[in-house]
Design a protein around this ligand. Structure first.
Ligand code: SF4
Ligand code: SF4
Length: 438
């Protein structure tokens, strides 16, 4: 049986969702000569730098400490000398504080402090170790994982979902991780389950990755409470509300969170990072990122956090033609990079290079009231009506029609024959509603 949800689309179906170029490419490790590590990669207050220019650091050493309730530390991802602590334009609207490290070529780690086997380590030590490792959601949200693992006392979680759907176009990083390192994911799943005292862990994978279903099923065999389910390939299957609906048949209440229906969702990469923290004492200093599109060797790279896009693209053989647009992430929800000096953060699951031709954005025309956007919306909103309200500046009206539930998946914009910028309008309206307290 293939689990799914109502609505959604199947973008780039004829090209295997754009994944064909990098699919099944073995993970290759890239250790760059220089990194620029942001201290504001996660949701929450930016971390506080504790190193200065000229300091020598080792891999895994804390270089910025946690600030506030959502805070997590930031660690050096290569060994060498701190060559700058400054501000630099990255993918966000404002410049980010960064710590630049130039490699000494040694790749020398700090002394690590593993807790031990995930099945025997004291459960009450796991969450602090996850926080100390600087782990946040690697699916793109970058919400601090230790906070998600610590719901309020009145929120009883009974199911953990490990998200291996990777429904975004072009990306194959999670797929390859599931093929090559399934044990890490299962160990992380068990660590999360034990820390949260949850008996059920479900690893959910789309049916365009049946080889990963097999590797994960084999790895989960004999592990207490862990099972694998198969999802229908459909976008945005991986967004939390759709995933929860498909796997558990439960609805996240309007304005609520997964914990309001007894579920917590973690990405497969996040689970693997949790395993590394518990079993090896390793903080989060690298992640798997797909580099694809107009590059000579589309790849799945294990990259150090802070590696520049240019270094990653060069490692993938360089451009095959003049790029038109470079996305951080897939083409549905990715952010257009301003240049290739920007660096890979904990959130970056892909670098997708489009050529000039594919980057052309067609001019919008008038809405023809075809209703395709309504059929596509996985949240069952009316994007056509919401667009009218946003264009009229009626934020209160848009809120009444549940614009705050929009998950910014872009499915409505993708199917719109009039090429209206629906999803972008809704994001802007949501930001205004939040800022103005409408
Ligand atoms: S898909 Fe576009 S043209 Fe069709 S109803 Fe929606 S907004 Fe209008
Ligand atoms: S971007 Fe928002 S309105 Fe458009 S399909 Fe996705 S959830 Fe629905």
């Amino acid at each position: 049986m293939r689990l799914s949800f109502k609505g959604g689309i199947h973008p780039l179906k004829e090209l295997h969702e754009g994944k064909d170029k990098s699919m099944h490419k073995p993970i290759k490790e890239l250790v760059p000569e220089k990194v620029a590590i942001q201290v504001d990669m996660h949701v929450g207050a930016p971390s506080q730098p504790i190193v200065k220019k000229g300091d020598q650091v080792k891999v895994g050493q804390v270089i910025a400490t946690a600030v506030g309730n959502l805070g997590i530390p930031v660690h050096a991802s290569i060994s060498g000398a701190v060559t700058a602590v400054t501000n630099r334009q990255m993918l966000g609207k404002k410049a980010s504080a960064i710590i630049e490290i130039t490699s000494d070529g040694q790749d020398e780690w700090v002394e690590l402090h593993p807790l031990g086997d995930v099945e025997t380590v004291p459960a009450d030590k796991i969450i602090q170790q996850v926080k100390d490792a600087g782990i946040c959601g690697l699916g793109g949200a970058c919400f601090p994982t230790h906070v998600k693992m610590s719901p309020a006392d009145d929120k009883k979680i009974d199911t953990i979902i490990i998200n291996g759907s990777e429904c975004e176009t072009f990306l194959t990083a999670d797929h390859q991780l599931m093929l090559e390192e399934p044990e890490r994911i299962v160990n992380g799943t068990r660590a999360i389950m034990r820390a949260m005292n949850v008996k059920t862990g479900v690893i959910a994978i789309e049916d365009n990755k049946m080889d990963a279903v097999k590797t994960m099923t084999d790895a989960a065999s004999g592990r207490e409470g862990v099972s694998v389910v198969v999802l229908k390939t459909k976008y945005p299957q991986g967004s939390e509300k759709n995933l929860i609906k498909a796997v558990t048949k439960r609805e996240v209440p309007s304005g609520g969170l997964p914990c309001d229906c007894g579920v917590a969702v973690f990405n497969v990469g996040t689970a693997a990072a949790v395993a590394d923290a518990i079993m090896e004492g390793k903080p989060l200093v690298k992640r798997i990122t797909t580099v694809t599109g107009c590059v000579k060797e589309p790849s799945n790279l294990k990259v150090r956090i802070g590696t520049s896009f240019q270094d990653a693209i060069d490692f993938a053989g360089g451009f095959t033609e003049e790029p038109g647009k470079i996305f951080a992430g897939g083409s549905m929800t990715g952010i257009a990079a301003p240049n290739t000096d920007v660096c890979i953060s904990k959130a970056n699951n892909g670098i997708v290079v489009l050529n000039k031709k594919d980057s052309v954005v067609k001019s919008p025309t008038g809405c023809i009231r075809c209703g395709r956007c309504i059929d596509a919306c996985p949240i069952m909103l009316n994007p056509q009506k919401l667009k009218e309200l946003c264009d009229a500046g009626d934020l209160a009206g848009a809120k009444k029609r549940y614009i705050m539930e929009c998950c910014a998946c872009g499915a409505c914009s993708y199917v719109c024959p009039a090429k209206l910028e629906l999803s972008a309008s809704f994001k802007e309206a949501k930001d205004k509603i939040t800022a103005r307290g409408v």
